[in-house]
Design a protein around this ligand. Structure first.
Ligand code: FE
Ligand code: FE
Ligand code: ZN
Length: 273
């Protein structure tokens, strides 16, 4: 089992790896730029390479770069979609400084156009930014289904994947808080939910997990993360998920409301025998 948490990028790549290791993690997630989606900081190629060496030395799982969550690839507004496209395209170029890692994004909100139109826009955007030459795998995050969010049903994610031409460059990141809020009962029926995922999307397309408890109930469509064991999913179910044998190679990343010490404790709780 590989586990880590969301980290701040402020001190650069290698520093994130060192911070992760210091709290018992062997993977982590970071934002590619600030959530407002403004200019990204300059990448130092030596720092990026130093992280890659460090990860190899300490047997890290793949790391997750998270796109700004404010992007909306399926907005009704053309400029909003274009901004998402430009930002993600730039992110994917920057990702090549840390090759063969994961780039996660929120499929977005259709803002009234309807799910099908939303799916079409997301697919179109992905086909115009994903290249054969890239080493990065792009991940669609499972969503809670608040407002007009696309991607809260496995069928919707699969419809997007169906439309993507370069299928070996795309996968899914499962967020436990989001799918629970979307109505998938991972607390009492994890095996059933995982089988459903496998039947609709294919377990081989699952490349990462965001491990979060939820402040709200099954099917609430809320998306409020809670600390592990303090929400409605609970420690027992989250431990079971993190220990799923078929998922042992994937990065599990905490996005719980915590400081570094809180993350250290959660990593300990989840990995203790
Ligand atoms: Fe996310
Ligand atoms: Fe998430
Ligand atoms: Zn969330």
């Amino acid at each position: 089992m590989h586990i880590g948490c969301h980290l701040s990028t402020s001190d650069g790549f290698l520093a994130m790896g060192q911070t992760a290791l210091s709290i018992g993690a062997d993977t982590f997630q970071f934002f590619t730029r600030n959530p407002r989606g403004s200019r990204a900081r300059q990448i130092d190629p030596d720092d990026a390479q130093a992280l890659m060496d460090f990860m190899k030395e300490h047997r890290f799982a793949r790391i997750i770069a998270h796109a700004p969550y404010t992007l909306n690839p399926c907005s009704i507004d053309e400029r909003t979609r274009q901004f998402a496209l430009d930002t993600m395209k730039d992110d994917l170029q920057r990702m090549e400084f840390t090759p063969f890692q994961l780039y996660n994004f929120h499929p977005g909100s259709h803002t009234g156009q309807g799910i099908e139109k939303g799916i079409e826009e997301i697919t179109k955007l992905l086909n115009s930014i994903i290249t054969q030459a890239q080493s990065t795998t792009v991940l669609l995050e499972t969503m809670a289904g608040k407002g007009t969010e696309v991607g809260s049903r496995f069928e919707e994610l699969q419809a997007i994947i169906d439309g993507v031409e370069l299928k070996d460059k795309i996968g899914v990141c499962m967020d436990t808080c989001h799918i629970f809020d979307a109505g998938y009962d991972i607390r009492d029926n994890w095996n059933g939910v995982l089988s459903e995922f496998d039947r609709i999307i294919g377990i081989g397309n699952l490349k990462a997990v965001h491990l979060n408890d939820s402040m709200n109930g099954l099917g609430s469509h809320k998306d409020r993360h809670q600390k592990i064991g303090e929400g409605s999913i609970g420690l027992e179910a989250l431990r079971r998920i993190a220990r799923t044998p078929e998922l042992s190679g994937l990065p599990f990343c905490l996005e719980t409301p915590n400081d570094l010490d809180g993350y250290r404790r959660e990593i300990e709780m989840l990995s203790a025998q």
